[in-house]
Design a binder for this molecule. Sequence first.
Ligand SMILES: NC(=O)c1ccc[n+]([C@@H]2O[C@H](COP(=O)([O-])OP(=O)(O)OC[C@H]3O[C@@H](n4cnc5c(N)ncnc54)[C@H](OP(=O)(O)O)[C@@H]3O)[C@@H](O)[C@H]2O)c1
Length: 351
Amino acid sequence: MKVTVLGAGAVGAMLGGLIKRYDPTVDMLFLARGEHGRRMRESGGVELHGPWGRCHVPVRVSDRLADLAGSSVVLLGVKSQDTEEVAQKASEHLGRAVVVSVQNGINQRVLSNHVSPKRLVVGMTATNMAIVAPGVVSLQRNGITVVGAGTEQTPSTIVEQAEAVLAKSRLAVRSERNVLGVQYNKLLMNTMGYASVLSDSNFITEGILDRGWRRAVAMPILAEGLRVLDNAGIELVRTPGLSDVLRFRRLLATIDAPPVAAVLRLVLTKLVVPKRIVYSVYQDLVRGRKTEIDFVNGEIVRLAETHGTEAPLNATVVEMVRELERREPGSFFSRENVVSRFEGIARRQSL
Ligand SMILES: NC(=O)c1ccc[n+]([C@@H]2O[C@H](COP(=O)([O-])OP(=O)(O)OC[C@H]3O[C@@H](n4cnc5c(N)ncnc54)[C@H](OP(=O)(O)O)[C@@H]3O)[C@@H](O)[C@H]2O)c1
């Protein structure tokens, strides 16, 4: 079986690499570019870091889209802002391939313009991976990956096929009928996480464990997102652990009592999230690139507008990230500046 990772960056190279590691019979092809792609081509594979230690997994690596022809499964690993262009260019080579996207953002609308609606599988991954050096990818945080039908025409057998291929990675994978509810669950978590990037803050230790940021930024952004989804009639589907946004909201609500905060600080920093979560928006800002913000906080803004309401807090995150995109790479706002901007919006809303 030929599996192609289209955009073998952090997520794509880790998932594809683990699939190949545990099932060497898979004909795995990475489509990759830049220095990362060059290193993988030269070394004939990818180096994976994780709880297993370090390993080098041999895979074929190419930068020619046409090479994906003949694939049974194409795992889409590009960021949301590159999706439309890549899917459009890849479409003539896809044949009968099942296309699987576990990207952040709700990309099924765009993808179904270029991919057969009968062979589109979408979902989300609560893992965190990072390219730590060209050709080297690290699993920073393990978590569940959930997939489901990308359109109403995607049969369950196709979802099962995608699930079975992803499960070869030996990471936790499951399928879900209301996959949109799972995707929005993750998306709401990211609306807060991406706000922490505005000030280059560690989401857990400098974000939610900081009373000022938590109250002015995280809790109101989450409340706004939940209101927008409710208004749009979108039902969230629960996910395991703290990656579930409703469980996370309960945690935010109970965290204010000082003894609770102290215990939680210990648990969260030492046990649950020992490593900083590296958000896609952060990576792009330090590399001086356009970010995925329009597909996460921007998605909430669009959804609100579609249903005749507004999402001013998420709109502010979008606006501030756009400002950072225009600045020197690696430039951020101060935390005080971020907190005071959000406090100002709350004051105006209560007038
Ligand atoms: N990283 C995580 O932990 C994580 C977790 C959950 C979800 N996600 C989501 O998963 C998606 C992928 O994220 P990521 O972190 O894996 O991003 P990433 O490391 O930037 O990987 C994307 C890769 O696609 C490549 N690419 C883009 N266009 C291409 C083309 N035309 N041909 C070949 N390669 C191309 C990029 O190359 P260039 O660098 O040259 O553009 C990059 O190597 C995003 O939607 C992200 O939000 C990420």
